[in-house]
Write a protein that binds this ligand. Sequence first.
Ligand code: FES
Length: 155
Amino acid sequence: MHLHFSDQGTRADFREVLKHTPGSHVYTCGPEAYMQAVLDAAEANGFPEDTRHMEYFTVPEQPEYENHPFILKLAKSGRKILVPAEKTATEALAESGIHVDVKCSDGICGVCKCGLVSGEAEHRDFVLSNKQRKGSIILCQSRAQEPDGVLEIDL
Ligand code: FES
């Protein structure tokens, strides 16, 4: 472990500190500008996108999303659950008796991550890498991309 304190003159030079070795990952949390500096240095030093991770303390600004109803198809049973426009997938699942662990409900912690088997998702989280989004979804925020779209999930 290396500690760096700006007020003691030991501020970290991220490009020096973050040396990529095969299999290594970078995790960062803190203010957005700080995290971006860490991730920019990691990218410049050769860390692939799926090895760069960040966790927000608070929910960052989001685009103006429009909610529409969609369908969750449970891969294990084939059961279909309607998610109305005014509810999240985790809420609709809970009302159908299917428990999913939830912590932040804001798409920043990753606790409600679930396998995405098929379907086009509108990923609204701040935690998954682009690579992870190909096979996973954050159920507390993300939805189907199209109205009445079907997302098959690994439940
Ligand atoms: S509960 Fe935190 S990302 Fe869904």
